[in-house]
Design a protein around this ligand. Structure first.
Ligand code: ADP
Ligand code: MG
Length: 478
């Protein structure tokens, strides 16, 4: 039968580089957060890469990327989708327009074609099929594909309605590795000459680009028809800016055990939380600033109930700050893991009952804390990881309430500056006083370049205790 004649597919063309192998699951979570909040669903997704050199690409492709195209780093969707696709998996990639999705599928496609036997003289091809909703997009992808094919002996043609059919037929007769097509034109070509011009037997890799638009424009039935003609063990990847339910239904019917990658360009922080920052070069100045901030706040909100949480980096600091504030006439409620649980419970209860109550605690103890009256969070020791920051900030602005999250950063806390620049919204950053902004930017730049060279890295939590699961982050955000 036909099926028995199919060549064996070798879809797994990726080997995890050693440096990634050493990363813990927590490190990977933090890395995904830092890459515009990559969210994964589906089993056994490979870790994201951050350098082109981790992908085991040929020197020709490396040369194209670094010298000709001058792509210094991978975009977030590329970091995650390329290793996933190169592992042979069906992938759904959701990422906003302009985020580099084309390269995310072209690179693995070219790699897979190279790994397969070339087309035999009696084979028509293609091996890779890229379906797009519009002619313009097909033409654009074709231009990009030609760059990746150059010098490799791989051929690619663009088949769209409205263009010269005769010329397309002539090119197809010679056999072609990649076809970029609109669904209608592809079906036409498949049925021409009762299937002798273009046979789907060698197709092993199918891309549906701008899949949301494919379905919006009513190409659903045609795409289904095409899929039905292609060998069942083909690799399918689907890229889209949005993922509406119509597309979800299609994907769940068509893709096998897919990995879904969503790049969440939305902020990690709830809209109703205002993020602010203060930079200090001396600890005592930081304490005095806190003292003034708290006294002003207590005076301002007399007769109301505007609670505050102060996050500190250690149990010792928690106790110290409690004493110092008390000496200055400000009563707070401290909780940390070093206190007996009865005392912790009692302090938490008092904090809830006291108007304008102030809680001092370590990040770990605040998990799941939901006190609606908290309208200010002061992060006295700036967060060391994005996960920790997001979780901490999420203690305010519960539900539809507004909240302020104020981070205190010492001049040498570069990672914290990097995290804040990543998480703060444009308007929040622009409302920071110019000198503070410049300092923050400088610290961020220093850390960012250190991240690339390996001089710096984001570490997990205070004393190595990070979040257990990403789910907790969502809970923090609620
Ligand atoms: P999308 O399909 O997500 O809308 P494209 O694939 O069309 O985005 O890419 C948008 C632009 O970004 C293109 O001009 C492309 O050449 C460029 N680009 C892609 N990857 C990178 C990268 N890693 N670094 C810099 N620019 C890139
Ligand atoms: Mg695109």
């Amino acid at each position: 039968s036909k099926v028995l004649n199919l060549i064996t597919l070798n879809k797994c063309l990726y080997r995890e580089p050693n440096d990634l192998g050493l990363m813990s699951e927590k490190d990977v979570e933090e890395l995904r957060l830092s890459l515009d909040n990559i969210k994964i669903s589906g089993k056994d997704c490979p870790k994201p890469v951050t350098k082109w050199s981790q992908l085991g690409l040929s020197s020709e492709i490396m040369d194209l990327i670094s010298n000709e195209l001058q792509f210094v780093t991978l975009t977030p969707i590329q970091c995650q989708a390329i290793p996933a696709i190169m592992s042979g998996r069906d992938v759904i990639g959701i990422s906003k327009t302009g985020s580099g999705k084309t390269v995310a599928f072209l690179l693995p496609l070219v790699r897979q074609i190279k790994a397969q036997p070339p087309l035999a003289p009696d084979e028509t091809g293609p091996i890779g099929l890229i379906l797009t909703p519009t002619r313009e997009l097909a033409v654009q992808i074709q231009e990009e594909a030609l760059k990746f094919c150059k010098g490799s002996g791989i051929s690619s043609i663009c088949c769209v309605g409205g263009s010269e059919l005769k010329q397309q037929i002539n090119e197809l007769k010679r056999g072609v590795d990649i076809i970029v097509a609109t669904p209608g034109r592809f079906i036409d070509l498949m049925t021409l000459n009762s299937g002798h011009l273009l046979s789907p037997t060698r197709i092993s890799f199918v891309v549906m680009d701008e899949a949301d638009r494919l379905f919006d424009l009513g190409f659903g039935p045609q795409v289904n028809q095409i899929m039905g003609c292609i060998r069942p063990d083909k690799q399918c990847v689907l890229f889209s800016a949005t993922f509406p339910s119509k597309l979800k239904h299609f994907a769940s019917r068509t893709l096998k055990n897919p990995i879904q990658i969503t790049i969440n360009s939305k902020s990690l922080i709830n809209e109703n939380i205002q993020q602010r920052v203060q930079i200090f070069d001396e600890e005592h100045v930081k304490f005095e600033f806190l003292l003034k901030r708290l006294s002003d706040r207590l005076a301002l909100h007399r007769g109301e109930d505007e609670k505050t949480i102060i996050f500190v980096g250690s149990q010792q600091l928690c106790d110290l700050l409690y004493d110092e504030l008390l000496l200055n006439g400000i009563t707070t409620f401290p909780i940390h893991a070093g206190k007996p649980s009865a005392e912790r419970l009692r302090n938490l209860q008092k904090f809830k009952e006291t108007d304008n109550g102030i809680l001092i605690c370590t990040e770990v103890l605040s998990r799941g804390l939901n006190v609606p009256e908290v309208s200010l969070v002061i992060i006295y020791n700036a967060a060391k990881t994005i996960a920790q920051y997001v979780h901490t900030v999420g203690r305010t602005g519960r539900g539809t309430n507004n909240g302020v999250a104020l981070s205190f950063v010492m001049v040498d806390e570069l990672a914290s500056a990097y995290i804040l620049v990543k998480c703060m919204k444009e308007n929040e950053l622009s409302s920071v006083p110019m000198v503070v902004y410049q300092k923050l930017k400088e610290m961020n730049d220093e850390f960012s370049s250190g991240l690339k060279t390996g001089k710096y890295r984001l570490i997990q939590g205070f004393g190595g205790k990070g979040l257990d699961h990403l789910d907790e982050l969502n809970e923090a955000k609620q």
